[in-house]
Design a protein around this ligand. Structure first.
Ligand code: ZN
Length: 311
């Protein structure tokens, strides 16, 4: 009898390992703004953390309006990881009011932001100096894409060295909220940090000897990527709008002069003008998604597509 009991116990042991631990059942509920952040938080939090994403696939983080059900979900959230995308400027205060106990972590803290390209004429179009400020469309649905807020580039999640800074903020916040699992978060951070270093080295190799390589992109989301790897980003979109025919013609002339063959478009935006340019230069449109959840693989795919930029 004892022997069979022991046998049953032995047979059950592997199953016991699969039973969620108390910590697993009691996951830390956190929110992030965009899908790549979900990837970052999962790298560090693993299954100790339950991540919800504010901006769903296909939606635009510049103009997103959270749903009432998301506001309800925020009430059960311990941490909100902000990244500095435009909709946060309107909504973070409302999130804080919904759940005053929730910690709001600014993962862009300590990152030196660069000016947004293609927005140098923004001031000229504003009736008053304050017209483009975030408060102007507070509460009202903003129909146009709006990068005017200080004209700084928010797309900090597309450069591995900058992601490492964001990852440190994520680690620190998880450790603070759940000190019992601090060692796990630290170990996961170190592993993710090494992966970021490896990806960075790999991309540096990919772009070695291609300094100044220029690419044309509809929405200028790749500014930090370009800065990190010595590339030059030229946007089609101007102040978040489709270019006028004369501006489009300028870009076509520019692309011809610089022998550019690939135009990047983004799944979340219209690819019409990208297609017009590609047709005019006999080139092709390549879709580049700055908001993909499979972040590392996406950056590798993006880097590989640069091979076709200039032939
Ligand atoms: Zn953007």
């Amino acid at each position: 009898m004892r022997k069979s009991h022991a046998f049953i116990l032995m047979a059950l042991l592997p199953l016991l390992a699969l039973v969620p631990t108390a910590a697993f059942a009691d996951q830390l509920g956190v929110f992030v703004s965009i899908l790549p952040q979900q990837y970052f938080v999962q790298q560090i939090g693993g299954d100790r953390v339950r991540v919800e994403v504010m901006v769903p696939p296909g939606a635009d983080p510049h103009t997103y309006e959270p749903k009432p059900s998301q506001m309800v979900a925020l009430a059960k959230t311990k941490i909100y990881f902000a990244v500095g995308v435009n909709f946060e400027q309107t909504w973070l205060q409302k999130f804080a009011a919904t759940n005053p106990a929730m910690q709001i972590v600014h993962t862009d803290a300590g990152i030196a932001k660069i000016p947004m390209v293609g927005h140098s004429h923004a001031a000229a179009n504003e009736a008053t100096p304050a017209a483009g400020h975030s408060q102007a469309h507070s509460g009202a649905p903003s129909s146009k894409h709006d990068h005017d807020h200080g004209a700084l580039d928010p797309h900090i999640w597309l450069s591995p060295p900058l992601v490492k800074i964001q990852a440190k903020h994520i680690r620190d916040a998880l450790v603070q909220a759940d000190p019992a699992n601090a060692a796990i978060y630290q170990a996961n951070f170190e592993r993710f940090s090494s992966e970021l270093d490896a990806l960075d080295a790999e991309l540096k190799t990919t772009f070695a000897g291609k300094e100044g390589l220029e690419f044309i992109v509809f929405h200028p989301a790749w500014g930090y990527f370009a800065q990190t790897y010595g590339l030059k980003q030229t946007p089609i979109e101007l102040e978040g709008k489709e270019p006028k025919p004369a501006q489009l013609q300028e870009i076509i002339t520019h692309a011809r002069e610089h022998h550019i063959r690939v135009i990047f478009a983004q799944p979340q935006r219209s690819s019409r003008s990208a297609e017009t340019i590609a047709r005019a230069i006999g080139g092709k449109v390549v879709f580049a998604d700055p908001l993909a959840l499979d972040w590392a693989a996406n950056l590798r795919r993006q880097a590989a597509s640069f091979d076709e930029v200039r032939k």
